[in-house]
Design a protein around this ligand. Sequence first.
Ligand SMILES: Nc1nc2c(ncn2[C@@H]2O[C@H](COP(=O)(O)OP(=O)(O)OP(=O)(O)O)[C@@H](O)[C@H]2O)c(=O)[nH]1
Length: 479
Amino acid sequence: MGAAPTILEPTEETQHVTEHATRDLLRLATAGSVDDGKSTLIGRLLYDTKSVLADQLSAVEAATLARGGGEVDLALLTDGLRAEREQGITIDVAYRYFSTATRAFVLADTPGHVQYTRNMVTGASTAELAIVLVDARKGVLEQTRRHATITALLRVPHVVLAVNKMDLVDFDEATFRAIADEFTAYALSLGIPDVTAVPLSALTGDNVVDRSTRTSWYDGPTLLEHLESVPVGRDALSEPFRFPVQVVIRPRTAEHPDYRGYAGRVASGVVSVGDEVTVLPSGKRSTVVGIDTFDGPLTEAHAPQSVTLRLADDVDVARGDVLVPTASTVEVGSDLEGTVCWLAEKRSVLGARLLVRVGTRTVRALLREVNARLDVDTLTVEAWDGVDTLHAVDATDTSSDIPPRALTLNAIGRVKIRLAEPIVLDEYATHRRTGGFLLVDPADGTTLAAGMIGATLLDRLAPTPSAQDDDDWFAGAGI
Ligand SMILES: Nc1nc2c(ncn2[C@@H]2O[C@H](COP(=O)(O)OP(=O)(O)OP(=O)(O)O)[C@@H](O)[C@H]2O)c(=O)[nH]1
């Protein structure tokens, strides 16, 4: 098992970014088939934005010379950094930082080998932009379609199609247009609204950071110009206010005998002193009377700031509760339906006891149903009604035979989960910051799957199953 994926919470790496920098921060992920030039492109971005340390650069120059010289092999840069990070630990995603005068970037670098779905889900779940690479000579491949599908599933707001290796097709406009049109049409069919296609050469640098003199027919932005100008952070601010409580702070010092605050990160939206808030799932109401930070009090806080909120009333608030605006309608329930990407070697078992993590909340749960499965290899969807599924599969079955309706590593499926306690059920489609969840194996803490609450892409792709519930069975199972 690698490091736990981060669909819900910012990683250690992103957390160190200061509040100020966060405002101008773009999180991006890359996806490409093997040899499309992902490492070279990342190396080029780091190199041309001067984000490479001198010693790393001389190591790469020396290695290039040792290989017989020529153009600096920028893939060595990325791969070298990767190797550094991978020593001794299995890591799914490495994060690279670079910045320009206008913006800072965190790039999730997901190695493109076998566990691509898992890696891409991990990298793209927090990304606001995905770069999908294709080799201009090969055009749109099955793998490209898979990457587009996962990007759509995770609702990454912006997608860039990087048509790489344009130098190998003589910077031919027709080749570029044909690939761009095919990809854009496919993306549209998946509901991806915003695709920007850029003809580039990672190796020679054309249209990556610097404008190419060999694509006079192209009047769009270079890759970096686009990365610098694409709108960021708006989504988190435009979503309604959500504050998952991480810690209840009660110092009880002589100085502040009655202090009681709720620390956490504003997951989405904005909160101000004086706002009426409701604590969920309890439904208790109060008013924000203070917003505290290490740097002093604020009158207003917005996503993704970390703050401590104080309330007017001594209501019962615990870790895992969510503060929301009182005036809004928020769904709370204990039946969770959604789409999951299965991330574990062990397969799904119907009726299995699980832990579900949503925000800062962890609750016990039961996997009730897998009623559709997307095969990312073939991009076909199988859908089943839920009627006899539970009886067909023994919950204690540990045989190596995979039941036909199980989810295995990299599979994407639609599930129904019964929770032991009610939680806030924000639809991922409209609440990307709070509508994600993780399924965890209570036995050993393994992350089994990353999921999205509510209707997702699978509903668009799948025939509608005539699912029926089997509540009696669940009553028997004790949830
Ligand atoms: N001619 C040409 N070659 C390129 C270009 N970009 C990458 N290459 C070459 O394509 C090969 C594969 O490039 P990598 O960057 O290692 O590609 P990758 O396999 O997608 O990267 P990872 O899977 O992330 O390791 C290398 O030999 C690169 O030098 C390009 O724009 N033009």
